[in-house]
Design a protein around this ligand. Structure first.
Ligand code: MG
Ligand code: ZN
Length: 373
């Protein structure tokens, strides 16, 4: 009986396949050929939600209302984010993996275990004519963005990192960190040096309010980190994403990294409201990237995180009778990072390659592969 069922099932599947692909055996029609030709990947937008595990992401579905941009992805995977030495990564080793395709030690900014520089995707693509940008709600010299343009042995060397940004290939940057450029132990004024390198510098106001010029753009809008969403950051992250796309888009292509930095800080603070508001803001930035990619059709958008922070859980409310499944009461297992697998979302040409379970370093290799096709 069982065999008969299998046989019937096989026949019906075979039949369906034949109906769906009538030309498979006899050569494709011209129409089909057009459909099959894979569009080129011209631009890449990599969005990193620092400390965003599946629970942080889940807050989009249990709090607030309105459109959820995570819903727009069809290709989803998971990554193991360990660093070379530690099971649980920090943001420096995590971003080094994305930016260089290599695992290093916690604290490393795009250097290997011997503290030697590893080529960064931004350096490689700039040589091929791409324009490049970074956006962060932390200081632009903080671990995650730093790995995309600097090589230093320890993440805390932020003045050194700022100096390397001045001489990097980056064409657009936005975030906090002004202090590391103008209030430095060595007395250098890097703001002036940035101007000498062809940057227009803005240190206040809204990103979209400033008129674009023909210069490279630097927005340094806070001394260290940008304000929290709950303290009035407003639409900085989605606005800066739109602005960067406008300024970087060119016939040679661009690479843009956008970081929702403070999802991590909410996790460290064990502050659910902080996480919820920062993740919602990150979702808006994803929306800005996807709106462009949908029109452009040659842009690969990848969204992921370096690690989870807080051991964050949407647990049931505890009452004297036990768990009340009607209500969520968020809880945390740690003030640090955790080792849970991290989600990856991809959209656009090459996005089908991002399904499955793999290592954080594969994000780099998959992006390079997508650009090479
Ligand atoms: Mg970060
Ligand atoms: Zn952290």
């Amino acid at each position: 009986m069982k065999y008969l069922l299998y046989a019937l099932l096989f026949l019906s599947i075979a039949n369906c396949t034949a109906k769906i692909h009538p030309n498979t055996e006899y050569g494709a029609t011209p129409e089909k050929t057009a459909e099959k030709s894979t569009p080129q990947v011209k631009n890449v937008i990599l969005l990193i939600g620092d400390g965003m595990g599946v629970t942080q992401l889940s807050t989009r579905y249990y709090y607030g209302d309105g459109k959820i941009n995570f819903d727009r992805f069809k290709h989803i995977g998971l990554i193991n984010t360990s660093s070379a030495r530690e099971k649980i990564t920090d943001s420096a080793a995590g971003a080094t993996a994305f930016a260089t395709g290599r695992r290093s030690y916690n604290g490393a900014i795009s250097v290997d275990l011997d503290q030697k520089s590893i080529p960064i995707i931004v350096e490689q693509l700039s040589q091929e004519g791409f324009k490049t940008g970074i956006i962060s709600t932390s200081a632009v010299t903080h671990a995650t963005p730093a790995c995309f343009y600097a090589h230093v042995a320890q993440r805390k060397m932020q003045e050194e990192i700022a100096e390397q940004l001045v001489h990097s290939d980056i064409d657009f940057f936005a975030g906090g960190g002004l202090k590391y450029f103008e209030d430095r132990k060595d007395g250098q004024n890097l703001v002036q040096q940035l101007r000498d390198q062809g940057f227009e510098i803005r240190t206040d106001g809204d990103v979209l309010q400033h008129m674009p010029t023909d210069k490279k753009s630097a927005f340094l809008l806070a001394d260290k980190g940008m304000p929290k969403m709950t303290e009035g950051r407003g639409s900085f992250l989605p606005d800066a994403t739109k602005r960067a796309i406008q300024e970087l888009n060119n016939p040679q292509g661009f690479f843009l990294m956008v970081e929702g930095s403070q999802i991590d800080w909410g996790g460290h603070a064990n502050d659910a409201q902080y996480i919820i508001t920062e993740t919602a803001d990150f979702d808006q930035a994803i929306g800005a990237a996807l709106d462009f990619a949908e029109q452009d059709k040659q842009t690969l958008v990848v969204v992921t995180a370096d690690h989870e922070t807080g051991g964050f859980t949407l647990s049931a409310k505890q009452t004297d009778k036990g768990s009340d499944y009607a209500e969520i009461e968020p809880s945390f297992s740690t003030g640090g990072h955790s080792a849970t697998l991290i989600p990856v979302f991809a959209y656009g040409p090459g996005s089908e390659d991002f399904g499955g379970i793999y290592k954080n370093t594969d994000i780099y290799h998959k992006i390079k592969k997508a650009l090479a096709r």
